[in-house]
Design a protein around this ligand. Structure first.
Ligand code: 13P
Length: 334
């Protein structure tokens, strides 16, 4: 492993004013997104959509540091034959790849999931590196509910994240370590904070046991927010203060950057929260976005699968990317 190079890539991923486009929806997830806009999900429509995004010149060159791809996309070519990976590189972006293979029920833990995909991961990483991937992503999912999460689920998922991260670094790929505490429940912000603290503490302990170099990774956490069904929604300032306090207590300053998931927050909430955190300032790591839905819902709607809407789709993407770029510097205004 060349740690200096891994660190250089990790720092570029969270460079000031830039963040990550999470365009790694699995075929099942992108179908759900396309259903909303009335577009049939085919290999070609998925390619057309992603080609539109990756050829958005201003967004890609000024606001986006890298793109997380799904396996299908990393092998696809644009309509003119240019590999989609080259489109990202030509704009100065870093190609990345989702390498987990989704989730399964965790035995003995009703209602809890374990992320799978470690078998043969070393071989897959070598192929992705050859294809241009310089970072990867693995998402663990932790749900909050009555009696959950269990220690078994938190620890087993943290262990898998650490195994994945060590394999990535061995393959000269920067791991994005994503332990997502879901915001689906009716819990309040303090319960989310408490569970996220537990999850992050366990995750960093397992990263240590697997000898992962913190300087060569990026953390992709959820923010401390109330569950979607909670009666007590927290305000922007409360989310920012509690999230920053939590991260300072759990994330060593050797980690170059933290890039949040949006997790079902509205577009504007995701921007406002990131901005408020960066306005607090004095943070030991770069704090930016790695949004899927909060960057793509607007362009998907504007595009709606029609070639004549490509410019409108790109304009919608550029707008959200610019707002989040400003937020990553604490310079956004509502
Ligand atoms: P959202 O921002 O839509 O949560 O997606 C980010 C992601 O990559 C989830 O794994």
């Amino acid at each position: 492993m060349n740690l200096a190079d891994l660190n250089k890539i990790a720092r570029a991923m969270v460079a000031p004013g830039k963040g990550i486009l999470a365009a790694d929806e699995s075929s099942g997830t992108i179908k759900k997104r396309f259903d909303v806009i009335g577009v049939e999900s085919t290999e070609t429509s998925r390619r057309d959509y992603r080609e539109m995004m990756f050829s958005s010149k201003q967004a890609m060159s000024e606001y986006i540091s890298g793109v997380i791809l799904y396996d299908e996309t990393i092998w696809q070519n644009a309509a003119d034959g240019t590999p989609l990976v080259r489109l990202i590189e030509q704009a100065g972006g870093i190609p990345g790849i989702k390498v987990d293979e989704g989730t399964q029920q965790l035995p003995n833990c009703p209602g809890e999931l374990i992320t799978i995909g470690l078998d043969k991961l070393a071989e897959r990483l070598a192929k992705y590196y050859k294809q241009g991937a310089r970072f990867a992503k693995w998402r663990a999912v932790i749900d909050i509910g009555a009696g959950i999460p269990s220690y078994t689920a938190v620890r087993t998922n943290a262990h898998a994240l650490a195994r994945y991260a060590a394999l990535c670094q061995q393959a000269q790929i920067v791991p994005i370590v994503e332990p997502e505490v879901l915001m689906d429940g009716d819990h309040d912000i303090d319960r989310c904070t408490e569970v996220t603290e537990f999850v992050l503490k366990e995750t960093f302990q397992e990263l240590y046991y697997q000898k992962v170099a913190l300087e060569g990774m990026i953390l992709k956490p959820n923010m401390a927010v109330a569950g979607k069904k909670s009666a007590n929604k927290a305000g922007v300032q409360e989310v920012a203060e509690k999230t920053v306090k939590l991260l300072k207590a759990c994330v060593p300053s050797a980690v170059p950057g933290i890039a949040f998931l949006s997790g079902g927050q509205s577009d504007e909430e995701a921007t406002a929260h990131l901005d408020a955190m960066n306005k607090i300032g004095g943070l030991p790591w770069g704090l930016t976005f790695s949004y899927g839905r909060a960057l793509q819902a607007a362009p998907q709607k504007a595009w709606s699968g029609k070639a004549e809407n490509i410019a409108a789709g790109q304009a919608a993407f550029t707008h959200r990317a610019r707002m989040n770029s400003l937020a990553s510097k604490g310079e956004w205004t509502a």
